[in-house]
Design a protein around this ligand. Structure first.
Ligand code: IVH
Length: 702
């Protein structure tokens, strides 16, 4: 057999040999082409090798190698990235800004775990890299998939691009490397490489990036992996996703294993045994920040013991066992050229400073928030002033104050409008019922007639953590709204039918085409099926964020039950309202906001129409249907001795139970510790089963 033997003439043994040879050869050419930028053979010869590989694979499908070149870089770029559902979600971190927050973080860990005073809590401290997070899946030591964070549940498949990053091993050797292991970390670009890249982009008349983070993200998300290969991306490993075995019992131990397996681990990672030591390390990293050569925006602290991490678990989308201690914001001064009023989704009028563009921490800023009218008065900010602004991480830049020495004689005081700039309705400041004080926020009273609120509500409705309709971002919503195509959420779901009947088709609009239009319709159809938690969140009810959306979904189970209960809860004296307030995690303010939302006939009709005609709303997945307390409503009362109240609640929820604050007819089980009082009495009256804390453990472990 030679390398020219026709495929049809190959025996299976020869074919296997030939595939091995081609894999090695193509890998060498890939490296020369993508990494060194110095191809050794012509494109045509390279293509011929690939074609031969493909032909042999087609003839002998059983012989396809796990790391076959056909599964790697170089094939025709796909139209867009495929989606990857993360086996273990990729979470975000809670923030600490002041030293006290760090003390509180460790204190909360101690409280949650009920640690004795003498017990030391070891915590690792490492730089928070300002790049983009990535999950690298290895099976049998080979990199098989790389996915971006996306919304934490589902990211983009960027395997081919990631394979071009030199810091990331394609293959991990070492007998202690588990069979399935997802290494997580940050892809970033160094300052030097960023500057060089921008220089060559300028020369080539191509896009210049605002900061290294954008450059890294832009480089990774290239449809043509060859472009990614030409960009100098780097990587630090700091976490993991799905694993079938962990190589150590501590955070530090796992990082050491990463290091042995040749994953870059940040050298400034330190194991600390006290808050003072954490803070000292934080200061030391902050001092080195400017000379590190890459962007960091804080220090991440993680509880070292993995069994403790497990017990601490998560709240909302962040772990209780970790926190990001952010660096103080970056500041700059510039001229305030004017003030615009933005009307938010809830009708809040927010003053926005229009600034002479200025660079703050590597980003050009031309707008900043002025918070509210009282702030403008308190800081005595006038148009024409030179103002100090600050930008911290991803948050909206804000105006801190003005420089009195630089005030020009012509600086004018700003008069805050008392009507909504979007709809002309009165804009008023409510009196807070509890404090009797005037609310700081002025709100438009136009409700659903106000275009600003409508369009903002629509943007929220389709946003990432709500309906997440691909291809329907803020711009598209604004365009469709302005053209009268979409006025209200239901219109999204009738778009396709209306388009079919319309003379002016979406595909014929400027910026659209046949593919993008049908992709959008498909994306809309894909979202007709939605979880009740997301659905509730998407409605944009005041005070109802994702966590509250989930709490409500868990409590009411199905959309029908939820709507029936909400219709009844309009009456604040009703049993339905009492049930609502009684849900653990729902306070008076939230209950009122939810009930009031559904008391508004217009809102109710929109929701009803969505539910009846357009959507298939899924109950929140029960967490553990097999558990003996799954689906029950449990009340914990009295002093618990084997776990803290938070731990008890987290455990019950993990097992699929709901936790309520007080005993009612809906309660199935009361877990009572010493000192339990009125709740026990109530349980006895209602005939609700009462058990001890020990019984609880027996029951859930059985
Ligand atoms: S740990 C479950 N460690 O920060 C916790 N994250 O706000 C997983 N990040 O999405 C994250 N440096 O992109 C962790 N040393 C570090 C990090 C880090 C940067 C990013 C990461 C994550 C975000 C969380």
């Amino acid at each position: 057999m030679t390398k020219d033997t026709p495929v049809a003439a190959l025996t299976p043994l020869e074919a296997a040999d030939e595939l091995e040879r081609l894999a090695v050869e193509l890998a060498r050419h890939d490296a020369a082409y993508y990494r060194e930028d110095e191809p050794e053979i012509s494109d045509a010869d390279y293509d011929a090798l690939r074609r031969r590989n493909d032909e042999i694979e087609a003839a002998f499908p059983d012989l396809v190698l796990a790391d076959s070149p056909s599964r790697r870089v170089g094939a025709a770029p796909s139209e867009k990235f495929g989606k990857v559902r993360h086996a273990v979600s990729m979470l975000s971190l809670g923030n600490a800004f002041a030293d006290e927050d760090v003390h509180e973080f460790v204190a909360r860990v101690r409280r949650f775990l009920k640690l004795a005073d003498g017990e030391v809590v070891e915590v690792t401290a490492e730089p928070k890299i300002d790049g983009l997070s990535i999950s690298l899946r290895y099976e049998a030591g080979r990199l098989v998939q790389a996915a971006t964070r996306g919304d934490g549940q589902e990211g983009e498949n960027v395997t081919r691009n990631v394979e071009t990053i030199g810091d990331i091993p394609h293959k991990v050797t070492g007998s202690d490397f588990p069979d399935v292991f997802e290494v997580r970390g940050e892809i970033y670009m160094s300052h030097k490489d960023f500057a060089q890249l921008n220089e060559s982009q300028l020369e080539a008349n191509a896009k210049v990036f605002a900061n290294p983070r954008n450059a890294a993200a832009g480089s990774l998300r290239q449809l043509d992996a060859a472009i990614t290969a030409s960009r100098p991306l780097r990587f630090f490993a700091y976490a993991w996703g799905q694993v079938d075995r962990l190589p150590a019992e501590t955070q530090r131990g796992v990082l050491d294993a990463f290091d042995r397996w040749r994953f870059p681990v940040n050298p400034l990672t330190k194991l600390c045994t006290s808050v003072d030591e954490l803070l000292a390390h934080y200061r030391s990293i902050e001092e080195q920040r400017a000379s590190l050569g890459y962007d960091i925006d804080g220090v991440v602290y993680k509880v070292n013991r993995l069994d403790w991490q497990e017990r601490l678990g998560f709240v909302s989308r962040s772990p209780r066992w970790a926190v990001a201690h952010k660096f103080a914001a970056e500041k700059a001064t510039t001229v305030l050229e004017g003030i615009d009023i933005q009307v938010g989704r809830t009708g809040a009028l927010t003053p926005v400073a229009r600034l002479k563009p200025v660079t703050v921490g590597g980003v050009v800023v031309s707008n900043a928030t002025l918070h509210n009218e009282d702030e403008i008065i308190r800081k005595d900010i006038r148009i024409g002033d030179t103002v100090t602004i600050q930008r911290a991480g991803d948050v909206i830049p804000q105006v801190l104050g003005h420089l009195p020495d630089k005030r020009p004689a012509v600086a004018v005081e700003y008069e805050f409008p008392t009507t909504c700039p979007a709809c002309g309705s009165h804009a008023v400041r409510e009196i807070n019922e509890k404090t009797g004080k005037m609310d700081v926020v002025r709100r438009c009273t136009g409700g659903l007639i106000c275009p600003a609120q409508r369009v903002e509500r629509l943007k929220h409705f389709v946003s990432r953590n709500a309906f997440d309709i691909e291809g329907m971002g803020d711009k598209v919503i604004q365009e469709f709204y302005d053209d009268g195509l979409i006025q209200s959420p239901q219109d999204i779901f009738t778009l396709k039918v209306r388009d079919e009947r319309s003379l002016k088709k979406l595909k014929d609009r400027e910026g659209w085409g046949g593919t993008s239009a049908s992709n959008l319709f498909a994306a809309i159809d894909e979202r007709r099926r939605i979880g009740l938690d997301r659905f509730i969140f998407s409605l944009g009810v005041r005070h109802v964020g994702e966590t509250t959306g989930r709490t409500l979904a868990r409590s009411y189970g199905t959309a029908d039950q939820f709507l029936v209960a909400m219709a009844a809860a309009q009456d604040h004296a009703s049993e339905a309202y009492a049930d609502l307030v009684n849900i653990d995690g729902i306070g008076d303010v939230v209950a009122r906001a939810v009930a009031d939302f559904f008391a508004e006939p217009h809102n109710l009709s929109v929701v009803q129409e969505l539910v009846d005609d357009h959507l298939d709303i899924q109950p929140l997945e029960a967490v553990d249907t097999g558990s003996p307390v799954s689906g029950m409503t449990v009340v914990f009362t009295g002093a618990l001795e084997r776990m803290t109240r938070d731990e008890a609640k987290a455990m019950a929820e993990r097992l699929g139970a709901k936790v309520a604050g007080s005993v009612s007819k809906k309660t199935n089980l009361v877990v009572a510790g010493p000192g339990a009082g009125s709740k026990l009495k109530k349980a006895a009256e209602l005939g609700v089963e009462v058990i001890s804390e020990d019984d609880w453990f027996v029951r859930v472990e059985s």
